[in-house]
Design a protein around this ligand. Structure first.
Ligand code: NAD
Length: 297
């Protein structure tokens, strides 16, 4: 079977061009601004943040990166978030994960005002997603994956989908989104015992387990649509969670690594920031003064 390559990079460039046009057409002097909080000196995080900064600059969006030592205390970090929450010039706030183990990630993410939570990782937006609410800010990677899936034109309704990986930032939200799009979803994880059998009956396979080339072509159902979220390195070379070469000829569609889901993640983050900016322009500011309040947001 012929395998179509889903061109995430091209798709992301279109989204970014569209955002760039919208930003340059804004009537006000203001530009949307994203604040990125980075704790510690995780090398991968530094690369991701640099890429976010570059993409933002290219489309005329502000991106303020705040770097802190890994020894920063939880309260100090919460105070930084409080300040950003009440700074009217900041439209989106993200905290680069993972955080050092002495910091409670959920507590930190919960502190971000939901209207500025452009990663959508906070409990309020995650909750809205589970209600299939249009108000939910959907996290960038899952949102990008849905964009790519829908770009293929395949009907999602009634399809069997498997998501491999149950993290809060990728696996769980994508499983929820696929459910909201009427797929029948299996959420597999490290304790799943019969993964190849589950994959064999799946029309859609989303691999997000962080295990290089783990999913083999002969596990796939003929014609499956494969979304490879994994970013791994073998001898310095990037590869996904799917054994790409053996999936070619078996899958009907596949995302490459690099050039698939990765570029879409950045485009969707900036898109969420732009949408937050627009919402904040048209909605009254909350006067209750509480950080993380949901009164008007
Ligand atoms: P994570 O480490 O938080 O979660 C991995 C998940 O995979 C866990 O739920 C675990 O149960 C599951 N898992 C591990 N081994 C497994 C196995 N043998 N069989 C089945 N399930 C298994 O990872 P994450 O943050 O969700 O990221 C997953 C991958 O996606 C990583 O490679 C990461 O680099 C990549 N990623 C890519 C993007 C992007 O923009 N392309 C964004 C985020 C994460």
């Amino acid at each position: 079977m012929e395998t179509n390559i889903i061109k995430g990079k091209e798709c992301a460039e279109k989204v970014l061009q569209n955002l760039s046009d919208k930003i340059s057409a804004l009537p006000t002097e203001e530009t949307p601004i994203l604040a990125v909080i980075m704790v510690g000196d995780n090398e991968a995080s530094q690369i991701y943040v640099r890429n976010k900064q570059k993409a933002a600059a290219k489309i005329g969006m502000g991106c303020e990166v705040m770097e802190f030592s890994s020894s920063i205390g939880e309260n100090a970090l919460l105070e930084v978030i409080d300040e950003l929450n009440s700074n009217h010039h900041i439209n989106g706030i993200i905290v680069q994960l993972p955080l050092p183990s002495h910091i409670d990630t959920l507590k930190v993410l919960s502190r971000i005002r939901s209207s500025k939570d452009v990663d959508g990782f906070g409990p309020y937006n995650s909750g809205l997603l589970s209600y299939n609410s249009e108000q939910a800010v959907i996290s960038a990677t899952p949102k990008g994956i849905m964009h790519l899936l829908l770009s293929t034109g395949i009907e999602l309704k009634g399809k069997n989908a498997v998501v491999i990986g149950r993290s809060n930032i990728v696996g769980k939200p994508i499983a929820m989104l696929l459910t909201n799009h009427n797929c029948t979803v299996t959420l597999a994880h490290s304790k799943t015992t019969n993964l190849p059998d589950i994959i064999k009956t799946s029309d859609i396979v989303v691999a997000a387990c962080g295990r290089a080339k783990m999913i083999k072509g002969d596990w796939l159902k003929e014609g499956a649509v494969v979304i490879d979220v994994g970013i791994n390195r073998i001898d310095g070379k990037l590869c996904g969670d799917v054994d790409y070469d053996s999936a070619i000829g078996k899958a009907s569609y596949i995302t490459p690594v690099p050039g698939g889901v990765g570029p879409m993640t950045i485009a969707m983050l900036l898109s969420n920031t732009f949408e937050a900016f627009i919402r904040q322009q048209s909605e009254p500011e909350c006067s209750c003064g509480k950080s993380g309040c949901h009164c008007h947001h």
